[in-house]
Design a protein around this ligand. Structure first.
Ligand code: PEP
Ligand code: MG
Length: 329
């Protein structure tokens, strides 16, 4: 017979993510390479909430051609059989360098020419990627997600560019999904602060707590000497996450959270209580987050969050969350 733990995991794979009081939660996977989709599906995810496409551009001497990208994207979508796939546009620069582009020397690469700034500065690369994604959108449910947005001009600029790419494809007789959804990462504090304005510009938000924490607390995420797991419980971070969730709710657009905070079981009651209904986590966190969701009722989570919103430091928040199971408020 199978080991008890294995049997339990098998059961977890098959059931949807659902809270104790019956609220169904979407649970998606974060991937860097298309071959991770197979495992994600075996884990029973609802889709791919974050495909970090920059990994397809790294360790190469030339960027993948449109045709090469199209084939990779189409194959990925076909694997998902109708479940949604969120392509995050290449988030190149900062700690993610590519060989085919020589970046200027920067004092602060993570505050530098990266993410959406790089994409808008190198429109040929962005257009090629958009053409490949749009063409692949005929094969399933595709969404596009823009990284590192900090101003409304940036999101407006990419929307204009997308319209141009669509017009080109139309002229060439190439099919694409005209209802493809466009979203943005909320990972720069400015975007969280202006979330109410951004919510009118996009179809969905995805909160990237890895960068949001880094920029809110001025803590380099790569520096283990200063970055600690407590950082995600800092009241300033919690307020910004809340702001993005509230703005999404107000405007009726979905908000997911794809930073590592979503894969932290201790943070699950906090995120559910703040109103998060879609988690996107690495494959290795899917089952533990699904299990954790099943242990929590929305009512308890909301009461806990009411209390947490009155706390003044991350230590207190962490203590509250650690004692949650034995003492939900
Ligand atoms: C984030 O910043 O939280 C995120 C999900 O993106 P990445 O980790 O790729 O920067
Ligand atoms: Mg990020």
């Amino acid at each position: 017979g199978k080991h008890v733990l294995e049997q339990r995991l098998d059961l977890t794979r098959k059931k949807p993510a659902q809270t104790l009081d019956g609220q169904v939660i979407r649970l998606s996977a974060n991937i860097s390479m298309p071959d991770e989709i197979v495992e994600a599906l075996e884990l029973g995810v609802d889709g791919i909430g974050l495909f970090r496409t920059e990994y397809l551009f790294m360790d190469r001497y030339a960027p993948p051609s449109e045709e090469e990208q199209f084939i990779m994207y189409r194959n990925a979508i076909q694997l998902l059989q109708g479940k949604p796939l969120v392509f995050r546009i290449m988030d190149i620069g900062g700690d993610k360098q590519v060989r085919f582009y020589s970046f200027p020397l920067e004092e602060n690469p993570s505050l530098g020419y990266r993410g959406i700034r790089f994409c808008l500065g190198e429109p040929d690369l962005l257009e090629t990627q958009l053409r490949a994604i749009l063409r692949a959108s005929m094969y399933g449910k595709v969404k596009v997600l823009y990284p590192m947005i900090s101003s409304l001009q940036q999101i407006r600029a990419v929307k204009v560019l997308m319209k141009e790419v669509e017009a080109q494809l139309l002229k060439e007789g190439m099919a694409y999904d005209p209802h493809l959804e466009i979203g943005m990462m909320i990972e720069v504090p400015a975007a969280a602060l202006l979330a109410d304005l951004f919510a009118h510009e996009v179809d969905f938000f995805s909160i990237g707590t890895n960068d949001l924490i880094q920029f809110t607390l001025a803590v380099d995420r790569m520096n283990d000497k200063i970055a600690t797991p407590h950082d995600s419980y800092h009241p300033a971070v919690i307020r910004l996450v809340k702001r993005a969730l509230d703005a999404g709710k107000q405007s009726g657009i979905p908000v997911s959270l794809c930073g590592e905070m979503a894969g932290d079981p201790a943070a699950v009651p906090l995120l559910l209580g703040l109103g998060l209904r879609e988690f996107s986590v690495g494959n290795s966190s899917v089952l533990k987050v699904k299990d954790r969701i099943g242990e929590i009722s929305i009512a308890d989570a909301e009461a806990t969050v009411n209390h947490i919103l009155g706390l003044t430091d991350s230590e207190q928040v962490m203590q509250q969350l650690t004692s949650y199971m034995t003492n939900p408020i």
